[in-house]
Design a binder for this molecule. Structure first.
Ligand code: ADP
Length: 305
């Protein structure tokens, strides 16, 4: 079975639940606090592992309690972390999130160790990757030099390269030219193309834009509860949304990307991989947590029966 290499961010999310936000200089008491493993790279790798796929995560953590806890949870989910970098001088990346009763939130991200993944770290990791890995999945929450080097090394190995262009503000033209497939949501599509995707026609226009301006032949534009659009060679196919009762959409796109990478590693077409990904992402939004909420393969099979 061919595996997936994920190169990306690893964070601890500190989620504080409160009825009110403190004003500058003020101290107030909140309701509750939870620690959740996060970061796009870790979320996507965990998805692949929960779907039963061999997956190697390349990323960086600090040598601290959050880093140790994240490693424990990645290992428990069967993610191969043998290439993880340990950065002694910087903390594990974290997001300090405040959520109120209306589900509005504020988020302060400390990149920490994520910012210290270098080109040479990528080279060292890729020198240990066997031909059993068919797909590279990468996003933009780590330094651009690491993203580009991973894409170059994957191309040398004839791996299929999926770029999840998030956050879109950091995406470079060079990164786009290395991608076989990109998976922006509608907001990222707007940043990258200037096109408001609100119909099949506008999604097709965005797909054409990605192809003509950046040489990206395949794109999947994710539309949240409205489903997704697959663009390939001038044609757009709509992936119907799966009707579910959503309770937590955080990490929907990460579960979509992870599942997509698994199906492509299995040799599926992009369209049928997108159909599988939309089932996995729909199941994820019915549960809490960007990693805990991702279904295992047996649950997906049961859902599809
Ligand atoms: P991102 O998390 O990157 O912003 P989206 O919110 O567009 O991405 O979600 C990614 C995919 O997850 C969608 O294309 C869809 O397949 C699925 N999805 C997201 N929200 C829902 C929902 N409420 N119901 C069903 N599927 C959903």
């Amino acid at each position: 079975m061919k595996g997936v290499v994920v190169v990306g961010s690893i964070n601890m999310d500190i989620v504080a639940v409160t009825n009110q936000y403190p004003a500058h200089g003020e101290t107030i008491f909140g309701e509750n606090m939870k620690l959740l493993s996060g970061g796009k790279g870790a979320n996507q790798a965990t998805t692949c592992a929960k779907l039963g796929k061999p997956v190697k995560l390349i990323g960086a953590v600090g040598d601290d309690a959050f880093g140790h806890e994240i490693e424990r949870s990645l290992l428990q989910n069967n993610v191969n972390i043998s290439s993880l970098k340990h950065v002694a001088e910087h903390p594990t990346g974290c997001a300090v999130i405040t959520v109120d009763a209306t589900a509005e939130n504020t988020m302060l991200v400390i990149k920490g160790a994520n910012e210290h993944l270098t080109r040479s770290d990528i080279d060292i990791c890729f020198s240990t990757i066997s031909d059993d890995y068919a797909v590279l999945l990468v996003q933009m929450e780590i330094p651009n030099e690491a993203v580009l080097q991973a894409m170059k090394r994957a191309k040398e190995k004839n791996m299929f390269i999926i770029l999840d262009p998030a956050p879109a503000e950091g995406v470079t033209t060079e990164a786009l030219t290395y991608a076989n497939l990109i998976t922006p949501n509608w907001q990222e599509t707007k940043v990258l193309t200037g096109i408001d995707v609100n119909s099949k026609e506008s999604a097709c226009k965005a797909g054409v834009f990605f192809e003509n301006h950046f040489g990206v032949e395949n794109s999947i534009i994710k539309l949240g509860h409205k489903g997704a659009l697959v663009y390939q060679n001038g044609e757009t196919n709509f992936i119907e949304p799966i009707a579910v009762k959503a309770i937590d959409t955080v990490g929907a796109g990460d579960s979509f990307a992870g599942a997509l990478a698994c199906a492509i590693a299995d040799g599926e077409t992009i369209e049928s991989a997108a159909e599988f990904a939309s089932i996995v992402a729909a199941m994820k939004v019915t549960k809490m947590g960007a990693q805990d909420g991702v279904p295992r393969l047996a649950e997906v099979e049961h859902f599809c029966e």
